[in-house]
Ligand binder design. Structure first.
Ligand code: 4AD
Length: 563
């Protein structure tokens, strides 16, 4: 990121201040249109120069003494006015620029070392250090911007158009004259970092540039060079996927990926706003744990100072422990699954948004899941990120409530009726898990969000509450979204101590390490429910991406833990 701190700037031009005290000491200079001469004068009272410009050209500008000009009314001499001095300074700078040594006629190749160097003009006003997003507020002012060379176009020998990128936007910067002929300019490559000083203004009519703005540089510096051709020479959007993933750190500089992560940030913010608007409290549970939540087969095991431990699969159990003191709670935390599944919606590490609510009924829980999808999607569309989302996924529309609610038993029937079969050409039977492929086929056919409810006890986790009207089924739900499939998994929790113990037994889990979780059922139990939403899957859906890895900074997949 470009630093906000300001580099030492040249001092204000002498005399540009409020009074004459800013002139340096030394014999004053005189200029008289009527009595002076720029060829025979020497700047004294007796032999004044004709023009103030000549006075300035005759001295070291850093040591500029007082300058007197023809007096008005009865006075013979007047100290030059602030405005007059400012105008002459402009002419002085132009004259100096023109007087700078010109590049030798170049038979030289661009790579050849140049002996031309540039210096910042110390008489220029101090620059305001800005991010590119702030430049439109600085029209006519001298600014300093810093960033990466996103693109570059040379026009003739003495003009380089640079499109500068700093994460906050893009800005056209124009390097002119000797600024284009220094060794750094001749070797300037894409992705180099630069600092540019100059006045910001609108581009000329008929020309186009990002935001319609342009900085005409009065000085620039190279901060960090980059290999010739920039990152494009190594990887680009047409490269093979594996190369793009190996070079993810370079691909992240491309605009499509930058937009994805801008939206990821904005959408995460909308989730938080949704929860805070409803009075939830955010908590941050640990991810190093000694208990499982979603089955031993997807646990990442590790050695925790000699004790067995895991990377968490879900923060649910910890959320359950804070509802007695905080009420409705949520967390946005990393979860880990040692999944064998090599699909376009599975990650080994993902961002899990989990909520837990005391004293809700199953129907209220289902309503709240519908609400989180619709409300967050609407918030994003209404936010400052809405425009970008519409650009990235023009087809996106906020889904309508209510979502279809289909029982697991009816889903099994649906698969049969629509001839959706297993790989061995047989139908799914009641009691079998519905894997990703058939689930996604069904969701895509229905083409709107679906809530699959009431899964059988035997395919769900130990903590799920049983349905009051059928102890073989659980008060559970998967929310399926078109194009992605399951995005939320939730349930009511077993609130009775004995039912929970039975769940541990059924799953072959030793209840001892769960003493703190079981205590919740001893110290004032309550009906409660919650859910986990995979943020990466939600983003895949809302951004209309094909593969989940597209929305993850550095995806962790079965065969990838780098970079
Ligand atoms: O359905 P799951 O396994 O539910 C739980 O973990 C509950 N304990 C959550 C809770 O009730 N607090 O996972 C919830 C969601 C899934 O619907 C999916 O969106 C996401 O987490 N998810 C994954 N996302 C990417 N890669 C994986 N391997 C995922 N596994 C689950």
């Amino acid at each position: 990121m470009a630093s906000k701190s300001e580099a030492p700037e040249p001092k204000s031009p002498p005399g540009a201040g409020k009074d004459s005290s800013r002139f340096k000491e030394g014999p004053p200079l005189y200029a008289s249109v009527s009595k002076g001469s720029d060829t025979d004068g020497n700047g004294t009272k007796q032999k004044p120069f004709k023009t103030v410009l000549h006075c300035l050209l005759s001295i070291d500008i850093e040591q500029c003494p007082e300058i007197y000009v023809d007096g008005r009314e009865k006075a013979e001499w007047d100290l030059i006015s602030k405005n007059a001095f400012k105008n002459v300074m402009k002419a002085y700078r132009k004259a100096k620029l023109e007087a700078e040594p010109k590049a030798k006629p170049t038979t030289a190749l661009p790579q050849k070392q140049s002996d031309i160097y540039i210096k910042m003009d110390p008489t220029l006003p101090p620059a305001i250090s800005v991010k590119i997003r702030g430049t439109s507020k600085c029209i006519g002012k001298r600014i300093k911007v810093q960033g990466w060379v996103d693109s570059k176009r040379q026009q003739g020998k003495n003009m380089i158009f640079v499109i500068l990128r700093d994460g906050s936007g893009f800005l056209q910067c124009l390097l002119i004259g000797n600024q284009c002929l220094t060794p750094e300019a001749l070797a300037l490559s894409l992705e180099s970092t630069v600092s540019i000083w100059g006045e910001v203004g609108y581009v000329k009519e008929g020309q186009s540039a990002p935001g319609g703005l342009e900085v005409v540089a009065d000085y620039w510096e190279l901060v960090g060079s980059s290999p010739s051709g920039g990152t494009e020479a190594i990887v680009n959007e047409t490269s093979k996927v594996e190369l793009q993933l190996d070079q993810r750190h370079l691909m992240l500089r491309t605009e499509p990926l930058a937009n994805t992560f801008r939206l990821r940030s904005g959408i995460t913010q909308c989730f938080r706003e949704h929860y805070f608007a409803k009075g939830y409290v955010e908590v941050t549970p640990p991810t190093l744990v000694q208990t499982q939540v979603e089955g031993g087969s997807t646990l990442f095991k590790l050695n925790y100072f000699g004790q067995p431990a895991y990377l968490t699969q879900s923060s649910q159990l910890y959320l359950e422990t804070v509802i007695p003191s905080l009420g409705d709670v949520f967390c946005i935390s990393q979860s880990y699954r040692a999944e064998g599944s090599h699909t376009r919606r599975h990650l080994s590490e993902y961002t899990h948004i989990e909520g837990e609510c005391p004293f809700v009924t199953f129907d209220e829980l289902l309503d709240s899941l519908e609400d989180i999808i619709v409300d967050v999607a609407q918030r994003v569309m209404d936010s400052s990120f809405g425009k970008l989302l519409r650009e990235v996924n023009p087809k996106f529309v906020v889904p309508k409530r209510p979502f279809k609610r289909i029982t697991y038993a009816d889903a099994i029937k649906y698969l049969r009726e629509h001839d959706i079969k297993k790989d061995d050409d047989t139908y799914y039977e009641y009691g079998e898990d519905i894997p990703e492929k058939p689930e996604r086929t069904m969701t895509d056919q229905i083409d709107s969000p679906v809530m699959l409810i009431r899964f059988p006890v035997n395919i769900k986790s130990f903590y799920m509450a049983k349905c009051a009207d059928n102890p073989d089924e659980t008060e559970s739900v998967d929310v399926l979204l078109p194009g992605v499939g399951e995005v939320i998994g939730g349930s009511m929790r077993s609130s009775k101590y004995d039912e929970l113990l039975e769940g541990f037994k059924r799953e072959g889990i030793d209840p001892k390490p769960y003493y703190w979780y079981l205590d919740q059922r001893k110290f004032g139990t309550c009906p409660h429910g919650g859910y986990g939403l995979g943020l990466d899957r939600f983003l895949t859906w809302i951004l209309g991406k094909f593969h989940i890895r597209e929305v993850v900074l550095y995806p962790r997949l079965t065969d990838r833990c780098t970079p």
